[in-house]
Design a protein around this ligand. Sequence first.
Ligand SMILES: NC(=O)c1ccc[n+]([C@@H]2O[C@H](COP(=O)([O-])OP(=O)(O)OC[C@H]3O[C@@H](n4cnc5c(N)ncnc54)[C@H](O)[C@@H]3O)[C@@H](O)[C@H]2O)c1
Length: 278
Amino acid sequence: MSSNRSQDELGKLNGRVAIITGSSSGMGRAIALALAEEGASIVCADLQPEASPKGYEIYKHIPTHELISLSGGRAVFQKCDLGKTEEIVRLVQLAVETYGKLDILVNNAGLWVPLRPFVEETDEIWRSMLNINTRGPATAMREAIKQFLRQPVTDSGSRGRIVNISSSAGITAIAGETAYAASKAALSMLTRNAALDHAKDSINVNAVCPGVVRTALSSTNFNDDSIITEMRKSTPWPRLGEPRDIARMVLFLCSDDAQWMTGQNIAIDGGFTVGIPL
Ligand SMILES: NC(=O)c1ccc[n+]([C@@H]2O[C@H](COP(=O)([O-])OP(=O)(O)OC[C@H]3O[C@@H](n4cnc5c(N)ncnc54)[C@H](O)[C@@H]3O)[C@@H](O)[C@H]2O)c1
């Protein structure tokens, strides 16, 4: 994170308070850094503050909240397992106790398992996928919305914003990813339904659907040359994704520029979901 903004210059998210789940690694880390750079105070939430050793981020030895503080931003870390409702409730309480309110929830934490045919999936895989990728984010959304409803509509025209990190796998079927795809398709539909219910409350709910992005989660794919070749074939753009590609869209969805956008699932995927490339 570079903080080259002058002291008087306001960022796009100055004064906003954001929770980012899964903030220690990969996209969550890039999103936390991008929102902090625009002036948001960040509650970094994850199982542990340290980045995954399998990831590709620079300054990996420095936890996200410390990196933000070192760059002049405001951030705290709160341990939160998306599988545990009481920890999600506590997370939202902590944000409000620390910074006085909540403006943004980015539901980014997620699980994936290496590719396998549907018949080899187990109940345990289904339980963990649906629990962490769908039920946990739904609980976090409800807790955030309860808090948003206690707050007035701000000058930005919104009472609060939610961005869910879904997946292009929730749009296009990808061989070997059935449980993951179903959990993400559910998250994408959850985005649309919650947006519909709470548009009248001036609460924006959108989702970003990443394609192939180089992170700890996808490192088994990125460490296998034959899978890299396949991923390149199915991604029309000449390169695969990096966490900052996703962070830029999340930042836009959290900004006032996206005030009249809700219920959308936006693929950021180098064209992965567009069609079959030559
Ligand atoms: N990497 C990809 O190619 C890709 C593509 C599409 C969607 N996604 C989605 O993007 C999101 C971020 O993944 P990433 O690729 O940055 O992975 P990552 O492994 O780099 O980061 C995921 C983070 O989530 C945390 N986490 C895992 N389980 C958790 C739990 N139960 N509670 C709280 N935190 C938990 C991990 O500790 C980790 O810090 C996920 O929802 C993932 O499904 C990733």
